[in-house]
Each structure stands twice: as structure tokens, then as C-alpha cells.
Write a protein that binds this ligand. Structure first.
Ligand code: ADP
Ligand code: MG
Length: 405
């Protein structure tokens, strides 16, 4: 019999940040010829519940994950212009260049996230000067775990290290969000950048996206663990799904006579259902229900009511699939497989996480059974789709910070 453990990728457990940092420093020296002067790290995030609620001024309930984007930096050895940035990505094994005096907001490539974050720092008076950078990330890219936010927040943190200035962390999140809007053309809410900037070890963040404040909620029950399973698919569709959903939410709010869908309760939505065409009603129904589920889940988690947390996660998935229509067959298969493993098999709850149309699911499971559960879900997924899933466990991790320098 082949070991079922072999079906799950390596790095099922968290890669160690010190080891990643050591590897990044030696790679930096290889690429640029001298050791780096500064090293920073910013994590990706996984959202336990509260999807597509952030841009409706609602609640989200994410945690920073033990997967970091690390940036090493130093002053160039060669003679350069005082505003020249050269950056190497280990992901693409590619070096790109740009200038701090012409950050080209319209240019779209992987440096957009960096250029956008530099722009925000410059606007706030932080002038880093010429730099060589090396970017290395353990956040899977395009998987709904916010490798983009990790890159933006890491860049802003690097500028803090280089300039010796400290940005207010909420302002740093906003700066990174603006980078994503303007430089990457993605009109995201505040959740991803906020989680990366403000994440705390052992804590989830119940973020009120209206006030942009977070309550830190400990996840300290040793009997539960978090499992992230990547479908390893990403459906591009037309690319306008996210802005379309956002526009539909804004339109629903307008027709309901409120500023944001946050301002509507489920009861009010039902009473005013006639104001909305069926499609807009379904979109609003998801958001309004999801905001309520999120605050209920946070309370249930604090009370250790795991069956209720699980039920709310499954309800969130169903709503994202049926009302908000941002799931996809692969994510549905993963969540179905988790449901089949069920409470007896150690699964408390599961749902798609992130924007949708591919990427990951998050499952809350019984500690000690993580690998067995991941294997069972991956086997069902393989049998039904022919695709290999990858999985890892994580605890809530520390947010962005300066590692050296
Ligand atoms: P997600 O945030 O869910 O991972 P996005 O599409 O928002 O997905 O962001 C992924 C993009 O971020 C990549 O296409 C790439 O441009 C950039 N990116 C992520 N990680 C890296 C990296 N290590 N090096 C360079 N660019 C990266
Ligand atoms: Mg992203």
C-alpha cells in the first residue's frame, strides 16, 4: 500500500521564516553581488468567513497565515540614478526595473504591486532612494491567499525599514489597497492588506470594514486546527467579475436607499425585496446574510461553539455558490468532499475563501487529524476532477514586520 501521506505536497507544515530569510539573503548576494542591508516579511491571509463583505462596509474574519513574502534590499553596488529600483523575483526568476520618479501607474506587470506601494510611501514623504530588491514568497500566487497584498505590504514595510520612519498600520493598509486599485486595476476592499499589516500570532481579526478597526480574537483551543486546500485552478473568465459584483452591490444599496449593504438587515431586505430585480436581490441576500454570519461566527468561535462555526462556514459557501455566484465546480467539489468527511471524520466546517472562481478552501478541523483529512479530501478531488490539490495547515501568524535592518 502506498502511503496516503505522499499524496499531499511537502510544506504541509509551515515553512520556517528564519530559513526562508537565510535563503533570501544568499540569493540576494548571488543576484546583486553583496549582502542585503534590510529584510522584511509580510504574510498572506486566509479568511475564515465574511467574503465579499469588505467593500460593503461589513465584517470580515481573517487571519494572517504562516506564509510570508520576504523582501531583501540594499544599495546598488554599481552606479545608478538616485531613483532607480531593480527587483528580482524568485517566483519568475526575473529581474525588472523601474524609477521612483516615474512609477507608471498604467504599466501592468508583477512590479505593479511594488510600484503602487512605493507611490503611496512617496506621497507620505518617505523617500527610500535607489535600491536593489529581491522578492521571495511562500504565499501561493493567484490562490486567493493574497500574495498581492503581501507584496504590497512587504514593500511598504521595506520603505519603513530603509527610511527609519513608521507608518500607522491602518494607513499602511490603505496605502497598499490604493496600490492594488490604481496600479493593479483591482478594486478590492481593505481586508487583504489589513490582515497582512495587522495580523497577530494566535489571533483572528474581526475587522469592521466601516470603521477600519479590528478586534483581535484568540484561536487558542488546542483541539481545533486550520487547513487550507488549494484547488490549483484559477478561472480567469472575463476578468470583470469582481468589479461587476462590486457594482451590483452598490446598485442594490442605492435601490434600497442606503449608503452600503452593511446598513440593511435580513429583515429589511426581505421587506424591500420588491425594490430589487432577482439578480440584485441574490447579490444583496448574500452580502447581508454573510455580514450576519460573520459576527455570529466570531461570537461562536469565542464561545467554543464549533458546530455553529462549522454550520456558518458551510452556509457561507452555499451562499457564495448560489446567490453571489463566485464559486466554481472545483471549489464545490472540495467543500462537498469536506462535508462528506464530516464531523465524524474531524471536519468542523469548510468554505471557499478569497474572491472565488478558483483558489482555496479553508476548513476548520480537529487537531491531530489534519493530514488524514487533507488526504481524504484530495483523494475525492482527484477522483472527481483529475486534478491534484495541495494543502497546508496554519496557525494565525504575526503580521508584517522588519526582520533585519
Ligand atoms: P492572489 O492575491 O490571490 O495571490 P492576485 O492575482 O491578486 O492573486 O495576485 C497575484 C499576482 O501578484 C501575481 O500574478 C504577480 O503579479 C504578483 N506576485 C505574487 N507573488 C509574487 C512574487 N513572489 N514575485 C512577483 N510577483 C508576485
Ligand atoms: Mg490578490
Amino acid at each position: 500500500m502506498t502511503s496516503s501521506l505522499a499524496t499531499i505536497n511537502d510544506e504541509f507544515l509551515s515553512p520556517s521564516l528564519p530559513e526562508q530569510v537565510a535563503a533570501v539573503k544568499s540569493r540576494y548576494a548571488e543576484v546583486f553581488g553583496n549582502p542585503p542591508q534590510w529584510v522584511v516579511a509580510a504574510p498572506g491571509r486566509v479568511n475564515l468567513i465574511g467574503e465579499h463583505t469588505d467593500y460593503n462596509a461589513g465584517f470580515v474574519f481573517p487571519l494572517a497565515i504562516e506564509r510570508y513574502t520576504v523582501i531583501a534590499a540594499g544599495r546598488p553596488l554599481r552606479t545608478t540614478a538616485s531613483d532607480a529600483i531593480r527587483v528580482h523575483s524568485t517566483l519568475f526568476d526575473e529581474t525588472a526595473e523601474f524609477s521612483l520618479s516615474n512609477l507608471e501607474p498604467e504599466r501592468r506587470d508583477w512590479t505593479s504591486y511594488l510600484r503602487g506601494a512605493f507611490a503611496g510611501c512617496l506621497e507620505r514623504g518617505l523617500q527610500p532612494g535607489t535600491l536593489d530588491l529581491l522578492v521571495d514568497s511562500k504565499v501561493p500566487q493567484g490562490g486567493g491567499l493574497s500574495s498581492s497584498a503581501a507584496l504590497e505590504v512587504a514593500t511598504a514595510t521595506l520603505v519603513e525599514a530603509v527610511t527609519g520612519r513608521t507608518l500607522d498600520r491602518v494607513d499602511k493598509s490603505r496605502l497598499a489597497q490604493t496600490a492594488e486599485h490604481v496600479y493593479a486595476g483591482m478594486p478590492c476592499g481593505i481586508m487583504d492588506q489589513f490582515s497582512s499589516a495587522l495580523g497577530a500570532a494566535g489571533k483572528l481579526l474581526l475587522i469592521d470594514c466601516r470603521t477600519e478597526t479590528a478586534e483581535l480574537i484568540p484561536l487558542d483551543d488546542p483541539s481545533v486546527a486550520l487547513l487550507v486546500i488549494n484547488s490549483n485552478v484559477k478561472h480567469e473568465l472575463t476578468g470583470s467579475e469582481y468589479p461587476d459584483r462590486r457594482a451590483q452591490c452598490e446598485q442594490s444599496a442605492k435601490l434600497l436607499g442606503v449608503a452600503m449593504l452593511r446598513d440593511v438587515t435580513s429583515k429589511q431586505l426581505e421587506a424591500n425585496r420588491g425594490q430589487l430585480a432577482p439578480l440584485l436581490y441574490r447579490r444583496a441576500h448574500h452580502v447581508v446574510g454573510e455580514i450576519e454570519r460573520t459576527t455570529r461566527a466570531a461570537a461562536a468561535l469565542q464561545a467554543g461553539d464549533w458546530p455553529l462555526v462549522g454550520e456558518l462556514m458551510y452556509a457561507s459557501h452555499d451562499s457564495l455558490r448560489d446567490d453571489f455566484e463566485v464559486s466554481c465546480p472545483e471549489l464545490d467539489v472540495l467543500v462537498e468532499a469536506a462535508r462528506e468527511v464530516g464531523a465524524d471524520g474531524g471536519v468542523i466546517g469548510a468554505r471557499m475563501t478569497g474572491g472565488g472562481f478558483g483558489g482555496c478552501i479553508v476548513a476548520l478541523v480537529r487537531a491531530g487529524r489534519e493530514r488524514e483529512i487533507a488526504d481524504r479530501i484530495a483523494a475525492a478531488y482527484r477522483a472527481r476532477t483529475g486534478i491534484e490539490a495541495t494543502a497546508f495547515v496554519t496557525k494565525p501568524a504575526r503580521g508584517a514586520h522588519i526582520v533585519e535592518g
